[in-house]
Structure formats: C-alpha cells, structure tokens
Design a protein around this ligand. Structure first.
Ligand code: FAD
Length: 437
C-alpha cells in the first residue's frame, strides 16, 4: 500500500492535537467494513500509534428530506445494510456500535466518554453532512480527519475545480486511475468484537427482511448481466447493475466494483464510464459548486435561456399531488412514476424523461427543481445523493450538457419527447408493465 496515495485520501478538518486515546471512525456515507479506505486509514493510524480503534454509526432521526420511520423503505434499506455491517464487525473482530440521535451531540459525548484521541470520518460533499461535521468539529478538542472512501479517485485529487462535463473530467480520471484503482487491504483484528446497538433499534434491525449481500449483488450483475450492459438504455430489459442503492449507502465500494469489472470476462468500458466518470463527476459538482441544490447552480447559458422562456405557456400544469400519484395525461411518465413509487427505483433512461417533463408541467424552473428533487429523494432508494442533484440539474438546467436548439419552456436546454422514447425502445411494453390495472 502506498502511504502517499493513502494520505492523498485524507483531509484534516482541524489542526487540533492528536490525543493519546482511542481512534474513532465515525462511519457515515460508507457503510461497510470491507474495501473501505476510511477504515484502512483509521486502522493504519491505530497500528502506527498503538491505539485501539472503534467504529460508530449514528442513526440520525432528522435529516431535512427524510424523517426516521421504521417502515419507510429507505430506512429499511439503510437498516438492512447496517445489519450486514454488524455481521462483518463480528467476523473481522472490529468494535462497532450503532448509536441513535443527533451526531452533533452523540459524537462529542462519545469522544468525551471514551477519551478518544482522533476522530475520523468518511467524506460526503453534501452541505447538510458538512454542516453537521462543522458543528461536531467545534465541539471537540481532538484532531478530526476526513477520508474520501467513496470515490475511486479522491474528489480533491481528481480535480481542483468544478468540471464542465464528463469530457473535461474523463482525461483527468484516466490519467490517475492506474495509481488509485488498487485492491484495498483487509482490516481484521484478533479477538471478539465489542458490539453495541442502541436499544430502540435492536429489535427493528433484527426483524428486517434479508437483503442479498453486496458481494452477492455484485456477482449477480457481473456474472449474469454485465455482458448485456450495452442495452442499458432499454427500460424493458433489466440489464443495468441495480447497484445504485448499494453504492449510495456505501455498502459496496466503487473501487472494488471497478476492479472486479475490469478483471471479468466483459470489462465493459460503458459501465466503467457510468460508474466512475459520471458518478465522480457528480461528487465533483457538489464539492465545488455550493449551489448544487438549486437552479443557481445551472450554467449561465441555461439560466439565461430558462429565464427568457419563464412565461411561455405550459401545455399542461400539474400539482405535486397529481404528479406523485401518476395522474398526468402521459402514460409513459405515469408508468415511470409508478415504477418509482412501487419499487423505490426508476430505470435510468426514464429518469431523464421524467425530470424533463416536470420542467415542462410546473409553472417555474425553481418549483420544478424542488418538485423533482422532492419526489426523487422521497422515493428513490439511491436518492439524497450527489448523483440525484446532478441528474436533476442535468435534465432541468443543462449541467454538464451543452445548449441545444431553442424551443418553448426549455429554451436551449435539451428536450425529450414521446416520439424520441418510441424511437429508442418499446414504450407500450413499459407502460403495460408499470400501469396499475
Ligand atoms: P447502472 O447503469 O448499472 O450504473 C452503475 C452505477 O453508475 C450506478 O449505480 C450509479 O452509481 C452510477 N451512474 C449510472 N448512471 C449515472 C449518471 N447518469 N450519473 C451519475 N452516476 C451514474 N443516481 C443515484 O445514484 N441517485 C439518484 O438520486 C439519482 N437520481 C437521478 C435523477 C435523474 C433525473 C437522472 C437523470 C439520473 C439520476 N441518477 C441518480 C443517475 C442514474 O440514473 C442512476 O444512478 C442509475 O439509473 C441507477 O441504476 P443502476 O445502478 O442500475 O445503474
């Protein structure tokens, strides 16, 4: 393992002293104990300084877009991933606890109780998480380090600015990939792990239906569907990986998945383009553009053009409720929304059409952005993710895209319509599959 490359993944949130006590890895975005660079960095420091290591996850009840509810499918999916982490902790002898509450209070209290010497966490560019970490930082008096364990190439190493598009980030990634795409060392300790789960969560976690392990989900994609990945834009064929929730919750490492795909019988460049370049472009956007969550983050040409068409008559106007319950005139859109609400997943090709129609049917781009984000984050298992902000910003505001021919409402933002869908795939079959009868 190259020490320099590991150090390149680490960013210090403060210059407070390293205390003599335990190292705490506050697991947040990367919910796994295998193939996790943040855990590797924490274990490396623990070994070098001869200190114990413990991992903690805090179940926070109050994120702005989602309130904890034991039967909400998104929390069920989060819990299923955590149950697997508990199994991994026992197998690997890693002390692991699941606490409940606001991390702003829970983490400083834990550091005090445990007399911890260093706090480490994984990295997310999202503002809400960054703000929580800022508060934690203020409340503690020990060193706080953050490790990018999510991106194959740490976001700050891939580029030092917001990129224009995949075409500007791709060459940077290609140049760095051989250095960073490495197999990730296993972290394992002798002896029995100390496991603690907050009482209010233990029975819930135990009772959750089983989920295929990240390893099994990855193998099933690589062995059974990767060979057909070039048909990925056909929503009637289930050939995409369906790994987005595993990647979003960090149950599966993108680094590991990329290595496995490269070493497989079908090392699909198309898949690696989506899973590395497009995914890491989304982190790049959210990291360097503080307006990633509103139309202020759109490129100037799109802002100007959408503004010029602000008062264009809309062919149809729908309320949030009509959209949410799939009650529009458009059977393909209704089918996509139904796929989303029934399965908490919408096929990637339909996500583009779905979001663009929201721009067309809502009175203003500002409201359209909020509506698309609300529905995306309420229902998609992989929602509340840089990929979601950027996917919606691409569809509504030309982020990472270019101007196209001018037309009503959209201005020069790329347009999609039913005729285009029909040229691509059998829309009737999709509508038939996802229409409530
Ligand atoms: P696959 O085709 O198997 O791709 C593998 C992985 O690559 C995905 O799991 C994902 O991590 C990444 N990926 C694929 N396409 C993209 C892309 N266009 N941009 C960035 N990363 C990509 N993705 C999310 O993870 N969360 C979201 O909330 C989300 N919302 C979206 C909203 C809109 C309007 C659009 C247009 C796209 C959105 N995407 C989102 C991106 C993409 O549609 C999904 O990641 C993909 O469809 C998930 O299915 P899959 O895992 O089978 O994808």
């Amino acid at each position: 393992m190259s020490r320099l490359l590991l150090e390149n993944r680490i960013s210090a949130r403060n210059d407070k002293p390293y205390g003599p006590g335990k190292i705490i890895y506050w697991m947040n975005r990367d919910q796994r104990l295998v193939d996790n660079w943040a855990l590797v960095a924490a274990a490396d420091l623990a070994q070098k300084t001869n200190r114990p290591l413990a991992v903690v996850f805090v179940m926070f009840d109050g994120f702005s877009s989602l309130v904890f509810n034991q039967s909400n499918p998104i929390y069920v999916r989060l819990g299923q991933g955590l149950r697997h982490v508990l199994d991994e902790a026992r197998r690997l002898g890693i002390d692991f606890s699941i606490e409940r509450g606001n991390p702003i209070e829970v983490i400083p209290a834990l550091i005090k109780r445990e007399r911890a010497g260093v706090l480490m966490s994984d990295f997310s560019p999202l503002k809400e998480i960054q703000a929580i970490k800022d508060h934690v930082n203020e409340a503690i008096d020990i060193r706080f380090l953050e490790v990018d364990a999510h991106n194959v190439i740490p976001v700050w190493m891939a580029s030092n600015k917001a990129e224009w598009g995949a075409y500007t980030l791709r060459p940077k990634i290609q140049r760095l990939l051989p250095n960073y795409l490495l197999s990730i060392p296993e972290v394992k300790f002798l002896g029995t792990a100390q496991i603690h789960v907050d009482q209010s969560l233990a029975a819930w976690l135990d009772g959750l239906p089983p989920l295929p392990t990240p390893e099994a989900a990855m193998r099933s994609f690589i062995d059974e569907r990767l060979t057909d990945y070039h048909f990925r834009n056909n929503p009637n064929l289930d050939v995409t990986s369906r790994l987005s929730a595993y990647l979003h919750f960090g149950n599966l490492s993108a680094n590991r998945l990329a290595l496995e795909v490269q070493q497989s019988r079908h090392p699909s460049e198309e898949f690696l383009e989506e899973m590395i370049v497009r995914r890491e472009l989304a982190d790049n956007f959210c990291h360097y553009n503080q307006n990633y969550d509103s139309i202020s983050g759109f490129p100037d040409w799109a802002k100007r053009s959408l503004d010029a068409h602000r008062n264009d008559p809309r062919p149809y106007i729908y309320t949030l409720e009509e959209l949410e319950y799939a009650k529009t005139h458009d059977p393909a859109w209704n089918a996509a929304q139904t796929q989303l609400t029934k399965t908490n997943y919408m096929h990637g090709y339909m996500r583009m059409y779905w979001a663009k129609k929201i721009l067309e049917w809502i009175p203003s781009p500002e409201e359209a952005f909020k509506t698309a984000l609300y529905l995306n984050d309420k229902y998609q298992l992989d929602g509340r993710d840089p990929n979601g902000y950027v996917g919606i910003a691409w569809a509504l505001g030309g982020v990472h895209d270019r101007p196209w021919g001018e037309r009503a409402v959209f201005g020069t933002v790329r347009y999609m319509n039913m005729a285009g869908l029909k040229r691509k795939f059998g829309v009737d079959e999709y509508v038939d599959r996802w229409t409530i009868k």
